[in-house]
Ligand binder design. Sequence first.
Ligand SMILES: O=C(O)C(=O)C[C@]1(C(=O)O)C=C[C@@H](O)C=C1
Length: 389
Amino acid sequence: MSSPDLNQVRIDISSTDSQLLELLSKRRKLSINVAQSKLATTKPVRDTEREQQLLVKLIEQGKALNLDALYVTQVFHSIIEDSVLLQQAYLQNHINPETVAHKVRVAFLGQQGSYSHLAAQKYFARRAEEVIEHGCASFKEIINTVESGRADYALLPIENTSSGGINEVYDILQHTSLHIVGELSVPVEHCLLVATDTEEHKIKTIYSHFQPVAQCSEYLSTLNDIKIEQADSSANALEIVSQLQRDDVAAIGNSEGGRLYGLTPIQTGIANQKQNYSRFIVVARKPIDVAAQIPAKTTFIMSVKQRPGSLVDALLILKQNKINMCKLESRPIPGNPWEEMFYVDVESNVDSDNMRNALKNLGEITTFIKILGCYPSDDIKPTNPTVDS
Ligand SMILES: O=C(O)C(=O)C[C@]1(C(=O)O)C=C[C@@H](O)C=C1
């Protein structure tokens, strides 16, 4: 048998890919139709039972076509995630028409290639056709840029799965007039990046923002005689190393950002936790409404009376109203030694009856309470198909 002609096979592959794209686009239009129908019925966007039925059927059909179950599941998890995000965006635009914009100005920490820059690109890819980027040198500058109207949104990293909460951001939230309008989690894959053809044992100085240093502490402790030089951001570290062009310096950063500065990774996956994620919040001058069909989160801050059990009493109010708390952080209140401000994230829409009731009751027993924002939850967990094997 003569072997297939590569050029012809490639032409056939390209044509099949075009058909796949057309089908994906057709499916997306159907997702919008679903969203329109849910708008009228207020049914939730997510229907995991339907997803499970879909996946089981698709796995079965896939088997008959020689496609393995894992592959089919992965492809359709990604298709369904897109469908959910698309529907959520449609419903959010419908309920907040004033936020629909062709062009948005976004402030973030650092410059091109920083994790915040990559997160901003990811978040706004679905929300605006044009993003005007506004890199800032500090969190204060970011907040100021949005408060003064020079940018529409800011992205702030709030916590990381390795190094925990970012205190400076929590403290800033106590005083800003901005509101949380969104969140997103991005995988943080730290690498050791270099500008020349060098090796790990030759590195004497590592440039990095202090957060990656904390997140990679275990790897860094295995290196001998290393000096850590602090940079303003991860991207700033990449820029310095790119300018120095030395065999004995390296930066901690992500490989995508490194590419922008002509750097190559010599070690990958150097974070303490292999599943290293950063969660960002998106803030704006005006609060938004969250459609009832979408899972929402509300963030509020509160301080309680200095007496036994006051925090427990506050949390019991959430329990009595069947509200799940997904985060609790405490930070000192400047000028009030040993008093704490509590940051609470709950899985609830601020406009729901339960949440209104809880906030009313909390108002009666707390010494201070302020809602920082209500926003769509970023957490789209893939549905598990029940596969009989
Ligand atoms: O069928 C629905 O209700 C949809 O919203 C569509 C769809 C899908 O894309 O297939 C998306 C989200 C739901 O969780 C289930 C299925």
